[in-house]
Design a protein around this ligand. Sequence first.
Ligand SMILES: Cc1ncc(COP(=O)(O)O)c(C=O)c1O
Length: 734
Amino acid sequence: MENKDYEKEFENKTIMITGGLGFIGSNLAHRLIKLNPKKIIIIDSLIKGLGGDIENIKEIKNNDKIEIPFLDEGGLNINDDRIINYLDDVDYIFNLAGSVSHVDSKNRPLNDLKINLLNHVAFLENCRKFIEKLAVKNEKPKFKILFSATRDIYGKTLTKDLPIREDFIIKEAADPQGIHNHGAEYHHSWYGKTFNFPVIILRLTNTYGPRQKINDPVQGFLGYFIYQALNNNEIELWGGGRSLRDFNYVDDVVDAMLITMASEKTQEVYNLGSFMKKEGRYQELGDNICSVGDAAKRVVNIAEIGKCNEIDYPEDKKAVEPGHVYLDATKIYEDIGWYPKTSFEEGIRKTIGFYKENKRYLENGEIEKQNYENIPFLDLKQQHEYLKEGIGKVIDSVIKKSSFILGEEVKKFEEEFANYCDNKYGIGIANGTDALKLALLALNIGKGDEVIIPVNTAIPTAMAIKDVGAELCFVDVNENYLIDVNKIEDKINEKTKVIMPVHLYGQVCDMNRILEIAKRKGLKVIEDCCQAHGAEYNGRKVPIGDIGCFSFYPSKNLGALGDGGIIITDKEDLKEKLNLLRNYGQKNKYYADIIGVNSRLDEIQAAILRVKLKHLDEFNGKRRKIAEMYDEFLKTIGAVIVPNKDSGNVYHLYVIRTKDRNGLMEYLREKMIGSLIHYPIPLHLQKVFSYLKEEGRFPNAERFAKEIISLPIYPELKKEQIERVCKEIKNYLE
Ligand SMILES: Cc1ncc(COP(=O)(O)O)c(C=O)c1O
């Protein structure tokens, strides 16, 4: 391929790097970001001691094109399906995750098996399941995978095997790492061939350069020599370090990865290295092959600090000494034109320069990982793990009965949830938006009518109203982000038919005042309770008036495993009408009395919600405790306004206010802490409602939209995590 033409191949492409925070993965990400990709998705397990480190991408991690969906200690579990969600758009996958030093693998073979081979198979399983999903739609994946592992020493070599070619077969395994790397290669090529996606395998030799974990030999001895030299320590050369090795500077390795990925080649294995046949004879390229001892001495010379000491080979290390190892890189040179361009001297100089400027790599001990633990804004997985047995059972039972629409489960759930809300009737609906819409229809609201709503709410509140043909009438919010009851009456005119207060974030609006105004003015009240499952007002659960609508969107305090909703009321006539409205206007099957729609809560969701409802008070209690902890800590920070204390609040969201909201959000993002804004744009400033021309008329909502930020809150959030969120907020704001 001509002069870096291959780089164009990555323009506007979505690229995934597993092990993307590690040594080679992070160098690859640094290079790729310059090639104008669409997106780089970085996956890393941040396994302790392996070198994955968010600081490795510190210069680029805030780039919009970098996405780090999750960081997890421990790598993928064999049934971990999370990667599938990111495969839709991916063009290239560099699968670089997981490989420990071969000495380490001898000491902890099962650990190596888990983070190396099992991790790769789990990854490939994600690809397989994704491909099966596509096959149903008659589609094929577009991605190509490059798998690469460092120092694939597959076994002891004999002099006649050198330089090692791609067809080298393990005769005597030197260590579990080699077996696992080799296994991972076979798995990649088998999955590629069987499920029809292109795979390229690169076998790397000793790679070195910036961003390597050098404070122990886990990623290679050369980096460790540099670490010892720069700390002016003695480098121990076991048995004098007589075995020959070859070395590649990381930029050359990244080049090889990009070139092979961009090439048409597929289902190939290529060695990298520094020894290849050129012009008919083997040549060492540059000065990149030497004995381990010479490499150490050259490092000390270039660093002008440190010293070497030859010692006897330690008995326990002898077993993993493979003898001379250097690779034949002729195939990649002949097929694709790659060869290493950086000499040992030049590479070591650059590397030493980097570590002198980035001293943290020279520190002893583990880089404090805790600071980089991912605290997502919401984590539903934990709750579902906790409830999975119960949920599994009821799903099975519904399947057994195979009655999926308006069966026993829906009926029971309607009763149980109505009872939970201290109301008589529940009407299961397909989602919260429809619940609001059908409630409006049941009250005969439509064209020519106006409905009063707060200007800070979720968009669906407004959409339900527009959907029945009525018009929106906005009211500003008070200091608690709820409809300002003092401003409602000004808005009432002859078209006004309904007040729709929204019990936002888990709080309840001033219902006494609202009900009093409504009564006096002859208006109906529909409460949007979509964020307020179990919330209380003067000791009573919502809805407080005649009719309330709930959503069971998965993130709600009571969430389904999909969409769901319910209308709660004490009024029998409303219940009767809503039962018809949600089911094609039918009272009895095939006999329609009124115009209706299809909007029913389904049996499976109802069955799941019945399981979850039993835990709602427990979960709400945990949310209240978390809020209390946030309150206690955050009220000491002057720049933060915490939510109003209210014992009826079920804290669907924990929303604080601060002037430098955008800065704080950015900072939390850097610290891997999720946060969101509810909501960034008040309704009257949404493009779709600009025709109402109300800009500037709701000063509270407009100001708050610039200052509010929602912090992580869910029952499973741990105390240490809450403390860390608070500590980081304090760090930033003070
Ligand atoms: C305040 C509010 N109203 C209405 C809805 C709409 O609910 P759904 O998403 O179930 O349609 C939601 C939830 O998204 C909400 O938060």
